[in-house]
Ligand binder design. Sequence first.
Ligand SMILES: [Zn+2]
Length: 275
Amino acid sequence: MIKRQTTINRIFRITGIGLHTGQPVTLEFIPRREFGIAFVFKGITIPARYDMVADTRLSTLIARDGASVSTIEHLMAAFYFSGITNCLVYIDGPEVPILDGSAWEFYQGMWKAGIYEFQENGVYLKVQRAVEVMHNDAWVRIKPHNTLDITMTIEFRQPVGKQKKRVTDVENAFSIINSRTFTLLEEIEAIKKAGLAKGGSLDNAVVIGMDDIVNPQGLRYRKELVNHKILDLIGDLYTSGFRIMGKVEANKTGHYLNNLLLKELFSDPANYSIY
Ligand SMILES: [Zn+2]
């Protein structure tokens, strides 16, 4: 568990293709003295913060002054798990690479780069009052707790069905980091027709067929799918700018509700304290 602000110890790069554009993109990670994670695209610095989120339909997209970066959630989760609070990410395209569909390669890169610790605190946000948001049958709520504790429920057609998982100590829940994104087989055609997911393949997503998982290697974990939804939630919660301490319960939540939860949380300073 980190106590103070941190950054990476040395510069490193990661290259991969964007899931939707199918184009190669390179990220360059630069140590930062200033608090927070921010992307730099076309010379514009975009804080990776909930109030910069401009689209949540396919992924979490941040935008500022005409520049945007999409699919930041897995990278943000890797920053969370690495304990890094300050970093600049230079990117040469509009979409963070999908890599294997999880946060694993980002996490490895950060781990190899090492961590530099500053003297300043102010990295934890403790929830003081319960907050809840909902949309149709999906909802997510957070209440006071002394760790980040997440319970997630998802429900899809068979063979997935309903899956539920609780992680009581998220900072050390390493099976979340390499759990991959997933899609239903019937959704792929519609997505490709819309000109999206040009970079999608069995190398970067779990595909759920009618009876079984299409990927020849199957799943990495029995609960990989619900694990991945927890990964997305952790990445989205880290756009708060802080390491949140609170008990989260979520049902079928996604990027839209995750962002709405943060907006609700920050709408009243009595809901939280920073230390
Ligand atoms: Zn995801």
